[in-house]
Design a protein around this ligand. Structure first.
Ligand code: SF4
Length: 401
């Protein structure tokens, strides 16, 4: 265990973000870093719980109490080795993971949770800066060849594990650069693309072959792949959106997040000039449907593009509003809290966030909001219908159904 009374003596301290007025004028990473001493003190708050719900909640099974203990003791290298034991890319998850581990942290019952995500990224960044992350190609090769299709986080993790197991791995990516959602979905202000390049460079030195600009099924047939490789791993689909099927959905000005976000990343990378960006929020009134990470990324990107206003609508809070006093609420630790989240994108001046869930009718020149019952799927579906003609420019109206 870290410090047996650390959680009693030390308060949660976050690294914080760059000043608001500064960060909305650029696309550089928003989050700052704590000094090493404070970071170790934060790790001392971990109670090494008998049942570490943080670990239960972590999608990659991070050994959180173990590396918190090592971090508290100042053994950064050992902490990194425990972290890397279950996590291929802590530098990505430490920056962009929604940190369900912190929702599940036992301290979260009556105190603020351990800064698990920030501790994680601090450990891996120290490992890079101290130089103990080095290429580690497999000592022997199996002679088997594996094709991995898709270079997003899943494809990269699969490639890493397969390569380290000794197989000769070729990673195929349809875009011009590898990274998938990391490169062309996550905004630069959350994940610098230099972080991706640093990891790719390492993986190539470990023997991974990366082929970009190749669309499997078009440029290379599946038959050809099957002839050349012993196995194929398909790791695609993150950009496949969930549509709202309703009359008027085809009106201009309605875009999926993954049509909007990649363009800004391409502008930042110098691949297209800002004025040629076909989906630009500059001067527009923006409505973002969905209050999760991706929706919030759209908020932050719209603000940086100098949108006139940004409104975001989130449905989960309606669940709380409707049922918080009933037996039907099933939202206890260690599950992620159904609470009103405020991400750093929201604290950026012109964003407005609706606290209660609404489904919307969108018109090219205005919108109507319909309040719906998330507990009644049929009712929800019937409420999603688009109207083309009845709204004046800029009108926003709320209608109870
Ligand atoms: S639940 Fe929180 S306090 Fe307990 S082991 Fe995990 S991080 Fe530490």
């Amino acid at each position: 265990m870290a410090d047996v009374s650390g959680f009693l003596k030390i308060k949660r301290k976050e690294a914080g973000n760059r000043p608001l007025n500064e960060r909305i004028c650029d696309h550089s990473e928003v989050e700052q870093v704590l000094n090493s001493e404070d970071r170790m003190l934060q790790a001392s708050r971990c109670m090494d719980c008998g049942i570490p719900f943080c670990h239960w909640s972590c999608p990659v099974d991070n050994l959180i109490p173990e590396w918190n203990d090592l971090l508290y003791k100042g053994d950064w290298k050992a902490a990194y080795l425990r972290l890397a034991a279950t996590n291929n890319f802590p530098e990505f998850t430490g920056r962009i993971c929604p940190a369900s581990c912190e929702h599940a942290c036992v301290l979260n019952i009556n105190q603020e949770p351990v800064t698990i995500r920030e501790n994680e990224v601090a450990i891996v960044e120290k490992a890079f800066s101290e130089g103990y992350i080095k290429p580690q190609p497999p000592k022997t090769r199996t002679g088997k060849k594996v094709a991995v299709i898709g270079s997003g986080p899943a494809g990269l993790a699969a490639s890493d594990l397969l390569n380290k197991s000794g197989h000769l791995v070729t990673l195929f990516e349809k875009d011009d650069k590898a990274g998938g959602l990391l490169r062309y979905g996550i905004p630069d202000f959350k994940l610098s693309k230099a972080t991706i390049d640093r990891r790719l460079d390492l993986m190539v030195k470990e023997g991974l072959i990366i082929n970009t600009g190749i669309n499997i099924g078009k440029d290379i047939s599946c038959k050809e792949l099957l002839e050349e490789f012993d196995a194929i791993c398909i790791a695609i689909g993150a950009t496949h959106p969930r549509d709202l099927v309703a009359e008027g959905r085809d009106l201009k000005g309605i875009h999926f997040a993954m049509e909007f976000l990649p363009l800004q990343n391409r502008v930042n990378a110098g691949q297209i000039v800002a004025s040629a960006n076909p989906i630009n929020a500059d001067g527009k009134k923006v409505l973002v449907i969905g209050g999760g990470d991706t929706g919030s990324d759209c908020v932050g990107t719209s603000i940086r593009q100098k949108a006139e206003s940004v409104t975001q609508i989130e449905i989960i809070a309606v669940f709380i509003r409707l049922f918080i006093s009933s037996e039907q609420v099933d939202n206890f630790l260690p599950r992620s809290s159904l609470i009103f989240f405020v991400f750093h994108q929201h604290s950026q001046c012109i964003a407005k966030v609706k606290k209660y869930g609404l489904y919307v009718i969108i018109h090219l020149i205005g919108l109507v909001l319909l309040e719906t019952n998330i507990n009644q799927p049929n009712e929800l579906c019937s409420a999603i219908c688009f109207s083309r003609n009845s709204i004046e420019d800029g009108d926003i109206e709320q209608v109870k159904d």
